[in-house]
Design a protein around this ligand. Structure first.
Ligand SMILES: C[S@@+](CC[C@H](N)C(=O)[O-])C[C@H]1O[C@@H](n2cnc3c(N)ncnc32)[C@H](O)[C@@H]1O
Length: 236
C-alpha cells in the first residue's frame, strides 16, 4: 500500500498537466499582474502552478483547515510575498472580509465536489458576484457518472491504467474508507453544475477538458475583457 504522502505527491504530478491547462485558460498574458482566488486551496497545489505560470500574479488561498494551511505555508515558501491564506468555510455564504470584493479570476481544484448541492449552486452565484466584468471562473474537479453503465465504463478504463486500484478498493483501511466516503459524498454529474453556472449568470460556459470522471469547466462574467490589477500589487 502506498503511503499517503507518496500518493499525494504522485497525484500532484499526475494532475500537473490539467492544472496547467486551468492556468492557461485564464485570459492573461504571462507577464500580467493580477490577483486570483483559489477556493478550497488546500496546500496550494493549484496556486503554485498558476503563480509559476504568471510570475507577476498574486494568489489568495481560501481554506478552512488549519492543518492544510500550515502545510501550505511550508509548500508555498518559494512564493512568499505573492500569496496569502484566508480562513474561509465554503459552506457559509458570508465570505470573509479579507477576500476583495472584486477579483480578476477565481479557480478551484478538487474542492467544489466537497459541497452539498445547494452550496455548489449558491457558491457559483457568490463567485459570479465577486468577479470583475469579463473575468473567468475555472474549476477542475471529479464528477459522478450520469448512470451506472457509464460509471462501470469509467471504472473499467481507470483500472486498466491503474491495475492496483481494484486491490486497493477492496482493501481500504478504515481511515482510507472514511477518506473515500468523504471524497464521493457530494460528488454529482457534470450537467447540473454547468446549468448552475449558467443560472448564476455566467456566459461561455464550457467544458474545456474531460477524461472519464475528471473535468475542467468554467465560465465568464459578461462584460469588458478583464483588465488586470495594477502591476506589482500584492495579493490584496
Ligand atoms: C482534495 S483537497 C484539494 C486541495 C487543492 N485545491 C489541490 O488542488 O490540491 C480539498 C480541499 O478542500 C478543502 N475544503 C473542503 N471543504 C471545505 C470548505 N467547506 N471550506 C473550505 N475548504 C474546504 C479541504 O480542506 C481541502 O484542503
Amino acid at each position: 500500500m502506498r503511503s499517503f504522502a507518496a500518493s499525494a505527491q504522485q497525484r500532484e504530478r499526475e494532475r500537473h498537466e490539467q492544472v496547467l491547462l486551468l492556468a492557461r485558460l485564464l485570459p492573461f498574458d504571462q507577464q500580467d499582474a493580477f490577483t486570483f482566488l483559489d477556493l478550497g486551496a488546500g496546500t496550494g497545489a493549484a496556486s503554485r502552478v498558476l503563480l509559476a505560470e504568471y510570475p507577476r500574479a498574486s494568489a489568495i488561498l481560501a481554506e478552512y483547515s488549519p492543518q492544510m494551511t500550515a502545510e501550505g505555508h511550508r509548500q508555498m515558501a518559494p512564493f512568499a510575498g505573492r500569496y496569502r491564506y484566508v480562513e474561509m468555510d465554503m459552506l457559509a455564504s458570508d465570505w470573509p472580509a479579507e477576500v476583495p470584493p472584486q477579483l480578476d479570476a477565481v479557480v478551484s481544484a478538487l474542492s467544489i465536489h466537497h459541497l452539498p448541492d445547494a452550496r455548489k449552486q449558491a457558491i457559483f452565484g457568490e463567485i459570479f458576484g465577486r468577479l470583475r466584468p469579463g473575468a473567468w471562473y475555472v474549476n477542475y474537479d471529479p464528477i459522478r457518472a450520469p448512470d451506472a453503465v457509464v460509471e462501470a465504463v469509467w471504472e473499467r478504463v481507470n483500472d486498466r491504467y491503474d491495475p492496483e486500484a481494484p486491490y486497493e478498493r477492496a482493501h481500504r483501511t478504515p481511515q482510507e474508507q472514511a477518506r473515500y466516503e468523504n471524497h464521493v459524498r457530494y460528488m454529482i454529474p457534470l450537467a447540473p453544475q454547468l446549468e448552475w453556472l449558467r443560472q448564476a449568470g455566467f456566459i461561455q460556459v464550457e467544458v474545456f477538458w474531460k477524461r472519464l470522471d475528471w473535468v475542467i469547466y468554467g465560465g465568464c462574467r459578461p462584460g469588458l475583457t478583464v483588465s488586470p490589477s495594477p502591476s506589482g500589487r500584492g495579493p490584496g
